[in-house]
Design a protein around this ligand. Structure first.
Ligand SMILES: C[S@@+](CC[C@H](N)C(=O)[O-])C[C@H]1O[C@@H](n2cnc3c(N)ncnc32)[C@H](O)[C@@H]1O
Length: 434
C-alpha cells in the first residue's frame, strides 16, 4: 500500500516535513514507502493498490527529488545516477518505489581503527605525509602533516598571516589513545607553539577539549593551566550542549562539549554573530532610562538572545543531516564553526585548523568568504577535506548524508571488491593517529 500524499508535490512534502511526519526512517529502513506518513492519515490520498500503472508511477516520481531534497532525506537523483548511469532519474525513483532498488544508506565505518578499510582508501588519497594541496581557486590550502612539526607548519602556512585558529585535537580518551596527562599537555604545548609562531599578532584562538568525568575531568583543567604560560589572554569558556549524551542512571548525563577562547593583541570580535534564532521570552531587569522605568525587552538591540557562553542551539551532526560525513567520528557541526568564524574574523581573513578531520572549518570558511589553511596527519582525512570542498563547490552539498566521500570508487562496503583495490597501496600503519 502506497501513501501517495507523501510524495508528489513540494507543498505536501513541506507540509509533511514541518508537521514532523517521519518518513525518513522508512526511507532508510525499507525498500518501499509503505506506511511512511502518519501525519496526514485520513487525507483523500491515503492509499493506492500495489498494482500501480506506469502513469501513476510517473506521477509519483515527478517532484520526488524535490521532496527528498526539501526534507533532507537523501541525495538528489543525480547522485543515484552514478550507480545506474543508464537510467533516467524518474525511472530510478520508480524502481525504488517498486522496491526493486534498495535505498542507498551506505555509511563509511569509523576509519581510524579499521586497517582493512584504511588500506583500500589510502590508494585514493592525493596527499601523502608532508604534501600540501593548493586550492585551484586560490583560496584554501590543505595539508597532510603533523601539527607539532615546526617545519611542516611553517611550510603549510607559508607567508600568510592567520588571525583566527580553531583547533579540535583528539581528546585524551581511551577511545583514541590514552596518554599520561603530562604527555598529553606536552604534546598540546607543541602545537600551541606552532600556532603562535604562524599567527598574526592580533589573533583569536579557539580550542575544543573535553573533561572526562570518568577520569578526574582530564585533560581540560591541565590544558588550561598549561596555557597560562603561553602568550594568550583567556577570554571565555564556552559550553556547547549535545543532544545525545552518555551516562548511567546514577549520574548526570554528560551532554557538554567545551570550547576555550583565547586572544592575543586586539583581534576583531563581531558581536552581531552572537545572536541566535531563539526569541527572548523573559521580561524583567527593570532599569530607569531618562527617568522612565524600562524592562529588558524594551532596551534590547535584538528580539533574540545572544548565544553567550552556553550554546544550546546547535544540532549535533547525525547521519540524516546533509553535512554528515560518514567515517568521521568527531565531526563538529558547521553552525558552531560558522559562529566562531563570523564572530572572530572578517571576510578575506585566513583561518587555520591543524586538526582538519571532516573539514568543518574549511567548509565554514568557504561559506563565509574566509580563507582556510588546514591539515590532518591522516592522509584519508586530508583527502576527505579536499573532496568535501570540491563537492560543496559543485553541488552546494555540505556532506554526504547517506553516502560517503569514496562512493565513486567504492559504491558499497559490502561488495566483493575488497581485494583488488588494495594493490599498490602504501604500507599501512596500524595506528596512525594521536
Ligand atoms: C577531533 S578530530 C577533529 C574534528 C574536526 N574539528 C571536525 O569537525 O571534523 C581530530 C583530528 O586530528 C587529527 N590529528 C591527530 N593528531 C594530529 C597531529 N599531530 N597533527 C595533525 N592532525 C592530527 C586526527 O587524524 C583527527 O582527524
Amino acid at each position: 500500500m502506497v501513501r501517495r500524499h507523501c510524495l508528489p508535490d513540494r507543498s505536501s512534502a513541506e507540509r509533511a516535513c514541518t508537521a514532523n511526519c517521519r518518513p525518513a526512517k522508512q526511507w532508510h529502513d525499507s525498500r518501499s514507502i509503505r506506511g511512511t506518513c502518519s501525519t496526514l492519515k485520513g487525507s483523500p490520498h491515503t492509499a493506492q493498490s500495489p498494482e500501480r500503472s506506469e502513469r501513476t508511477l510517473g506521477e509519483l516520481t515527478d517532484g520526488l527529488p524535490d521532496f527528498v531534497e526539501t526534507c533532507g532525506l537523501a541525495s538528489p537523483a543525480s547522485e543515484f545516477q552514478r550507480y545506474r548511469p543508464h537510467e533516467k532519474p524518474a525511472t530510478m525513483w520508480a524502481r525504488r518505489l517498486q522496491g526493486l532498488t534498495p535505498m542507498k544508506n551506505n555509511p563509511l565505518p569509523r576509519l581510524d581503527n579499521d586497517p582493512e578499510i584504511r588500506e583500500r582508501l589510502l590508494t585514493f588519497c592525493r596527499l601523502k605525509p608532508g604534501d600540501i594541496w593548493n586550492d585551484p581557486e586560490g583560496r584554501h590550502r590543505i595539508g597532510c602533516s603533523d601539527a607539532t612539526n615546526s617545519h611542516q607548519m611553517r611550510e603549510l602556512v607559508s607567508n600568510e598571516s592567520p588571525t583566527l585558529a580553531i583547533h579540535d585535537p583528539p581528546y585524551n580518551l581511551v577511545a583514541f589513545e590514552l596518554r599520561s596527562i603530562a604527555e598529553f599537555t606536552d604534546w598540546c604545548r607543541k602545537w600551541i607553539r606552532q600556532t603562535t609562531e604562524v599567527m598574526a599578532t592580533d589573533a583569536s584562538l579557539y580550542i575544543w577539549l573535553g573533561a572526562d568525568q570518568n577520569d578526574g575531568f582530564q585533560p581540560l583543567p591541565d590544558f588550561m593551566v598549561m596555557m597560562r604560560d603561553e602568550p594568550y589572554k583567556a577570554r571565555s569558556f564556552i559550553t556547547m550542549r549535545n543532544q545525545r549524551g552518555y551516562g548511567t542512571q546514577k549520574n548526570w548525563m554528560a551532554v557538554r562539549q567545551e570550547l576555550l577562547y583565547y586572544t592575543r593583541g586586539t583581534p576583531v570580535f563581531n558581536v552581531d554573530a552572537e545572536y541566535t534564532d531563539i526569541p527572548k521570552i523573559l521580561r524583567g531587569y527593570y532599569k530607569k532610562v531618562n527617568g522612565k522605568k524600562t524592562e529588558n525587552l524594551e532596551r534590547s538591540k535584538s528580539e533574540n538572545i545572544r548565544a553567550g557562553n552556553v550554546w544550546v542551539d546547535i544540532q549535533q551532526v547525525f547521519y540524516r543531516m546533509d553535512e554528515n560525513v560518514s567515517g568521521c567520528y568527531a565531526q563538529k557541526p558547521l553552525k558552531c564553526i560558522e559562529r566562531i568564524i563570523a564572530a572572530s574574523s572578517d571576510p578575506g581573513d585566513v583561518v587555520i585548523d591543524f586538526f582538519a578531520h571532516s573539514g568543518a572549518t574549511l567548509i565554514a570558511a568557504e561559506k563565509l568568504g574566509r580563507r582556510c589553511i588546514t591539515t590532518d596527519i591522516d592522509p584519508i582525512y586530508a583527502e576527505i577535506c579536499i573532496r568535501r570542498l570540491e563537492r560543496y563547490r559543485k553541488s552546494g552539498r555540505e556532506g554526504w548524508q547517506n553516502g560517503h566521500p569514496f562512493e565513486v570508487e567504492i559504491p558499497s562496503f559490502s561488495d566483493s571488491s575488497r581485494d583488488t583495490a588494495t594493490e599498490g597501496a602504501p604500507a599501512l600503519p596500524q595506528k596512525l593517529l594521536f
